[in-house]
Design a protein around this ligand. Structure first.
Ligand code: TXA
Ligand code: MG
Length: 313
């Protein structure tokens, strides 16, 4: 497997229906031609992903998006303001998007990623790319090319675009009975969505064991390390042999090691660091760790959502 920053090499493999890891502003994706079933099947296989879990489709811009799906008038302002960027829209698909991509649904998840390398790559292709996060199914999403290389050995090429700017996946939005719904909290905040739409949005975050979108299972994004939420009164006696992941500067004493999400209490910095730290717990073979939640505002909501899912055993 090769890692590099050659757009030509990434394109060569994609044109041959290969699979290529691509950088985005959120997390790395595992990309393949979205119009070729053989290529799509390789993505499912490499990730060990069940076929009932649909794939996000990535396009170069809003005009391209309209080739593959209908954008309702009510969602158009979001596309106009937030693309390219960490927003995924669930839209009625056009026929060239196969059932394999959508797991049989009439809806396709579409997004325009912002990373410069991937923008250039998409502009040179005459097809869209499926690109779920480039991690084995159920594991923590990758935010560097090295994370991808560690877990996915069968990819044809890894396009290295450095560490991802946001570090948390895109926000997934759709429309039901003309009402705006959020299906996954992500790098675009609810505040931003509501400002652009000028109306309140409804949350429909899947938590049960039979979800429409399995990426929203309770247990997801999980390290092997047993992670639990820090509780000051309970944990004081039981800190030996444990790591702590801490938001802020004044970490409690007694833990064997402390990882800082953001000493300056920057939610953006915490989002960027979270997945790399979760992976580091496993790299360093921590069997137990604790983590404190962050303020539940802006991207903090998505950070807390990922923290809670990483804590489910
Ligand atoms: O930021 C992101 O969105 C990253 C980057 C690489 O673009 N991608 C990503 O893909 O997070 P993935 O597959 O890990 O998460 C996409 C989520 C999954 O929970 C999937 O089930 C859901 O979106 N999804 C995809 N297509 C869908 C569809 N047609 N209907 C409902 N849910 C869908
Ligand atoms: Mg994922």
């Amino acid at each position: 497997m090769r890692i590099g920053n050659s757009i030509a090499e990434a394109k060569k493999h994609l044109d041959l229906n290969g699979i290529v890891a691509i950088p985005t502003e959120t997390v790395y994706g595992l990309a393949a031609c979205a119009l070729n079933d053989e290529a799509i099947l390789k993505v499912f296989k490499a990730k060990n992903r069940p076929h009932f879990d649909p794939l996000i489709v990535h396009v170069a811009n809003g005009t391209e998006a309209k080739k593959y799906a209908e954008i309702p008038t009510k969602l158009q302002p979001l596309a106009n303001e937030l693309w390219p960027g960490p927003l995924t829209l669930l839209l009625i698909k056009k026929p060239m998007i196969s059932d394999l991509v959508t797991a049989g649904s009439d809806f396709v998840a579409l997004r325009v990623p912002k990373h410069a390398l991937t923008q250039t790559l998409l502009s040179q292709l005459n097809y869209p790319l499926v690109a779920p996060s480039a991690n084995p199914f159920g594991y923590v999403s990758p935010t560097t090319a090295q994370h991808v290389a560690k877990n996915l050995t069968s990819v044809d090429y890894i396009l290295d675009g450095g560490a991802c700017e946001h570090g948390i996946e895109s926000t997934i939005i759709g429309l039901e009975q003309n009402q705006i719904f959020v299906y996954r909290l992500g790098s675009t905040s609810l505040e931003e969505i509501e400002r652009i739409c000028n109306e309140p949005v409804q949350l429909k975050i899947q938590n049960n064991s039979n979800p429409k979108a399995p990426g929203m299972l309770d247990k997801h994004y999980s390290p092997k390390c047993r992670l639990s939420i820090y509780k000051p009164e309970k944990d004081a006696a039981d800190r030996t042999g444990k790591a702590l992941i801490w938001y802020g500067e004044d970490a409690p004493i007694g833990y064997e090691n402390v990882y800082f999400l953001s000493k300056e209490k920057s939610l953006d910095e915490a989002a960027k660091n979270l997945f790399a730290i979760l992976r580091d717990l496993d790299e360093n073979q921590w069997s137990k760790a604790e983590i404190n939640l962050v303020p539940n505002q802006g991207i903090g909501r998505a950070i807390n959502d990922r923290i809670k899912r990483a804590c489910v055993i």
